[in-house]
Design a protein around this ligand. Structure first.
Ligand code: CP
Ligand code: NVA
Length: 324
């Protein structure tokens, strides 16, 4: 069966915990296999990347596959060849597409026209590979996902939206604090609330981080929003993750950042380099989770051997109190 991974929900609930378990197993043994032997995967990156690009490239090699890196600048995509045309052609040459793009609709279009798997390496709307990997990091560093409170502080961006998607599957509580007008997409929030995810929203970062096990932040201006940098610096200033803000979280609270970080903007130097920061472990886990995602996409794993918790998220728990 042809599988694509554009959002967390592309992995069925019944398999998501298995993918997580496989990433843990793979990490333990520094996993290698020949799953992708003879296969070639194109990495199409319309935006810059260090972690996602290299962890996918290395993961594919560790699974025995080959990669080709492609950007718009050096392909016809940069000269306006329609995505649907490039997708159909590449489908005839290679075995998979790992794609970082702007509009999420570009990925939807690729999915529609592709005969080979398409994996979202970040779009303006979602970053599911990042978040699956972060679930592993939170499992390793926290009190257990069902006892974990995560505080997202900052922009309601692609990473935040995938975290909200993850809260539909994984039983952590998610408190989001963001400035007015910088909320996650209301459709993303609605889906999570209807699914019983334990999400709660506020404009007050102090309230947002209260009793948090993890405080997670990301840049104020994402790739493609560079022109808004100065304006966003003003608006987001109260949302900087500092030692002062972290006094309101649990004493053992850990700090997450998907990286790259802008020290002195969304996070202070002291916090990023301090004892609470687990960002390097978080970045390492990208490699292990990419392997588990690639295995889900290309492999034939029987995930039924991994326990799946009953979906215990109570519908209507907490709920938003921010008006959009
Ligand atoms: N976190 C993340 O996706 O980093 P890159 O932009 O370096 O891939
Ligand atoms: N929100 C950031 C994430 C980078 C990994 C961006 O889209 O630029």
């Amino acid at each position: 069966m042809l599988k694509h991974f554009l959002t967390v929900q592309d992995i069925p609930y019944s398999q998501a915990f298995g993918v997580l378990a496989r990433a843990e197993e793979m990490k333990k043994v520094d996993y290698r296999s020949d799953l992708l032997a003879g296969k070639t995967i194109v990495l199409i990156f319309e935006k810059a990347s260090t972690r996602t690009r290299i962890s996918f490239d290395v993961a594919i090699r560790h699974l025995g596959g080959q990669t080709i890196f492609m950007t718009p600048a050096e392909s016809q995509l940069g000269r306006d060849e329609p995505i649907k045309d490039a997708t159909r052609v590449l489908s005839r040459y290679v075995d998979g597409l790992v794609v970082r793009t702007f509009a999420h609709s570009n990925l939807e279009e690729m999915r529609l026209y592709s005969d080979i798997p398409v994996v979202n390496a970040l779009s303006d709307s979602f970053h599911p590979c990042q978040i699956m990997s972060d679930i592993l990091t939170m499992k390793e560093h926290g009190p257990g996902l069902d006892k974990t409170r995560v505080a997202w502080v900052g922009d309601g961006n692609n990473v935040a939206q995938s975290l909200i998607n993850a809260a539909i599957y994984f039983p952590f509580e998610l408190f989001l604090s963001f400035p007015e007008g910088y909320n996650p997409d209301t459709n993303v929030i609605d889906l999570a609330l209807k699914s019983g995810a334990k999400i709660y929203m506020t404009h007050d970062p102090v309230e947002g981080v209260e009793d948090a096990d993890f405080v997670y932040t990301d840049v104020w201006a994402s790739m493609g929003q560079e022109a808004e940098q100065k304006k966003r610096e003003r608006i987001f200033a109260p949302y900087q993750v500092t030692e002062e803000l972290l006094k309101h979280a649990k004493p053992e609270c850990k700090v997450l950042h998907c990286l790259p970080a802008h020290r002195g903007e969304e996070v202070s130097e002291e916090v990023l380099e301090g004892e609470r920061s687990i960002v390097w472990d978080q970045a390492e886990n990208r490699l292990h989770m990419q392997k588990a995602i690639l295995e889900w996409v290309f492999g034939n794993v029987d995930y039924s051997i991994y326990p799946v918790p009953a979906r215990i998220n109570p519908i209507g728990h907490l709920g938003p109190h921010v008006a959009f």
